[in-house]
Design a binder for this molecule. Structure first.
Ligand SMILES: Nc1nc2c(ncn2[C@@H]2O[C@H](COP(=O)(O)OP(=O)(O)OP(=O)(O)O)[C@@H](O)[C@H]2O)c(=O)[nH]1
Ligand SMILES: [Mg+2]
Length: 420
């Protein structure tokens, strides 16, 4: 089964817990905190690999979870970080989450982190400071990111063979490349895209043969519509028409209309027109010219025109490569989750919760005026006051952060408020 779309859930590994060990040795009463930090959880990564042609493995394994980081231990031993979970995907994989596209992976080795692992918690050795010399607790590890992803494959080929059903597309693919697609005398023989590689003058061209398109394909008729999105990714097109059909010109017109209705850009893509089954008509050259003045007549049966077709495909591949900018991987970077949250309890006190915000409060010696000023600067730069104001805090309201309570005073300066 060829699978070109699926939905998966991915989960980064949880970070390891920090250790809250207290060192003790006989006859040494003051050992002190020696708990190590937790290790980082593994991330889930998609990576384009050669030899993977569809998403069937992913569709059959829709839950992917990276391993957690190890816990810290006594004697300041840090827990090990977990290995990332690398999932191999085909070239042309596009990843979406609920907010839109996440990554568009093109080219072998292209990769994107689709779920980050959690950070490890700090052990009590690292948490010790002037105010709290012997912390008896350590930080827990952070949870990994969890995401539901829609994954789509848009085959990346240099040249796409398009035509109505039974036009002889798969036969051409088998003539131009070493591919051995199924060929038969009925429409819709090809059910999923076939790929072949042709040797060309300046290298190799990947040729895709997709299921036949019928009138109304762009509205979902027939089989080919599901594969129109693969055609969009082809740099150049070979329009294939059966010269022995009742009306080859109208076949070609239907094909062009369908391509244009799906995506206007397909009309202007570099292309050539090929008339097939030349052995079945009396005057193939005239029949081909009737399609388009420079159309080529080909017979896969006798081999007539096949060498010239190979040359034209060669030229088409070069033209396409020159006309299009280099395809590159796009990974969308969005701002991460908010680094703190603001809540108001029923007594009217505001609470600010967030790992770094709380850490700053814990690490500040509140009796030291300089340190207090630094804490205030940090909170402002993080945007805490801005978010409090946006949430409706009023002058004099109590604000609590990790046990520290202060009365809110609107910021007079405000100038350094930013995302710094
Ligand atoms: N006489 C003759 N028959 C041909 C030629 N090319 C293809 N055929 C026949 O036409 C029929 C259809 O060929 P395919 O290559 O399967 O056509 P297709 O366009 O891939 O068809 P679908 O996959 O169904 O869309 C087969 O029976 C082929 O043997 C040709 O040049 N001459
Ligand atoms: Mg076919």
């Amino acid at each position: 089964m060829f699978t070109d779309e699926c939905t998966v859930s991915v989960e980064g590994g949880r970070g390891g817990n920090g250790s809250s060990s207290l060192h003790s040795e006989p006859y040494k009463p003051r050992g002190g905190p020696d708990g190590g930090n937790g290790g980082r959880g593994g991330s889930v990564i998609f990576e384009v690999a050669r030899g993977i042609h569809d998403l069937s493995w992913l569709a059959e394994h829709p839950h992917q979870r990276a391993r957690p980081g190890g816990s810290g231990r006594s004697d300041r031993r840090d827990g090990p970080s977990a290995k990332d979970l690398v999932i191999q995907v085909p070239d042309g994989t596009i990843v979406f989450d609920d907010d839109g596209p996440v990554a568009d992976l093109v080219g072998e080795g292209a990769r994107a982190v689709v779920a980050h692992g959690g950070r490890g918690g700090r052990g009590n050795a690292q948490l010790a400071n002037a105010r709290n010399r012997v912390p008896r607790v350590a930080e827990p590890g952070e949870a990994g990111e969890t995401k539901r992803l829609r994954v789509e494959l848009r085959t990346v080929a240099d040249i796409g063979l398009v035509g109505l059903p039974n036009a002889g597309k798969s036969t051409l693919l088998s003539r131009l490349t070493a591919a051995t697609p199924k060929i038969a005398d009925y429409p819709f023989t090809t059910l999923t895209p076939n790929l072949g590689v042709a040797e060309t003058g300046d290298g190799r061209a990947v040729i895709a043969d997709v299921p036949g398109l019928i009138e109304g394909a762009h509205e979902g008729k027939g089989l080919g519509h599901r594969f129109l999105r693969h055609i969009v990714r082809c740099r150049a097109l070979v329009l294939v028409a059966d010269l022995a059909s009742a009306d080859p010109s109208s076949d070609l017109a239907v094909l062009r209309t369908e391509l244009g209705s799906y995506d206007q850009a397909l009309i202007t893509r570099p292309s050539i027109v090929v008339g097939t089954k030349a052995d079945l008509v009396d005057d193939p050259a005239t029949a081909a010219t009737a399609l388009q003045p420079d159309a080529l007549a080909v017979s896969a049966l006798t081999g007539a025109g096949v060498d010239e077709l190979r040359e034209r495909v060669d030229a088409l591949a070069s033209e396409a490569a020159a006309s299009e900018p280099e395809r590159t991987t796009r990974v969308v970077l969005r701002p991460g989750r908010p680094r703190f949250a603001v809540k108001r309890d029923e007594r009217g006190t505001w609470h600010v919760e967030g790992r770094s915000v709380e850490r700053w409060v814990l690490e500040t010696d509140l009796d030291d005026v300089d340190e207090l000023a630094k804490l205030q600067r940090n909170l402002r730069r993080e945007g805490v006051f801005r978010v409090l104001e946006a949430s409706g805090v009023a002058e004099g309201d109590d604000v609590e952060i990790r046990g520290l309570v202060f009365a809110f005073v609107p910021d007079a300066g405000g100038g350094s408020d930013g995302d710094g």
